[in-house]
Write a protein that binds this ligand. Structure first.
Ligand code: MN
Length: 231
């Protein structure tokens, strides 16, 4: 195959304990997957979650022990953090049954669904697409992926985000409206999932704005910490 110019290498994420990297195919995101966050966004908390995507190259992959640098994005005055559990798929498929969904998981990571909230709000008002609020460059920071075999029991794990050492978001993962299995099953009815897909599974309550200089530290029990500084 001859291309008109050399294609860029795929965006990728480091893998804990491996010499290889996880190549990203697509980035799916679940919105309103925690009732308390849905309520803080003006919903009742009983609506089904929603899906949206970010481009694969919006990923800001951060190495273990490192602090990623997130350039403050253009056009916004309200850059919000959303700490999320990220599922990395090692195997794809369509119409995946919830009972078989976890067999498709390669590993898990901590991610941030960074959001230009003011632009997202404008688009909600205009009933337009969310892309300008959600799918900008560097909008998807992610820490190293821990392969499933090395992950403990996520069912009892907790997710949290500290900004400059202060706790901003915190929840047991068990508070997700759709579990990881259900998210994979629902997504696979709408899209053909593939190895390399990342799924940001939604954020708990407590989203708020960050600015230049702020240090974000995201944690999920049993996974590598994600550290990002807003530049
Ligand atoms: Mn989100």
């Amino acid at each position: 195959m001859r291309y008109t110019f050399p294609p860029p290498p795929p965006a990728s994420v480091p893998v804990v304990g491996a010499g290889s990297r996880f190549p990203i195919h697509r980035i799916y995101c679940v919105g309103r997957n925690y009732a308390e966050h849905a309520k803080e966004m003006g919903q009742s908390g009983s609506e089904p979650p929603v899906f949206f995507l970010k481009p694969a190259d919006a990923a800001l992959a951060v190495e273990a022990g490192a602090t990623g640098e997130l350039p403050y994005p253009a056009l916004t005055r309200e850059l919000h953090h959303e700490i999320e559990l990220v599922v990395a798929l090692g195997q794809g498929g369509r119409d995946i049954a919830p009972a078989e969904a976890l067999q498709h998981v390669f590993g898990y990571a901590v991610g941030l669904d960074m959001t230009r909230r003011d632009l997202q709000a404008q688009m909600k008002e205009r009933r337009g697409p969310w892309d300008i609020g959600k799918a900008f460059d560097h909008a998807a920071p992610i820490g190293p992926i821990t392969p499933v075999a090395q992950v403990g029991d996520l069912a009892s794990a907790e997710i949290s985000l500290l900004v400059n050492g202060e706790l901003r978001q915190h929840s047991p993962l068990s508070q997700m409206i759709w579990s990881v299995s259900q998210v994979i099953a629902h997504l696979s009815t709408a899209w053909t999932l593939a190895a390399g897909d990342l799924i940001y599974t939604g954020t708990p309550a407590g989203v708020a704005a960050v600015g230049p200089g702020d240090l974000l530290e995201g944690r999920v029990t049993g996974l590598e910490t994600l550290r990002v500084r807003v530049a």
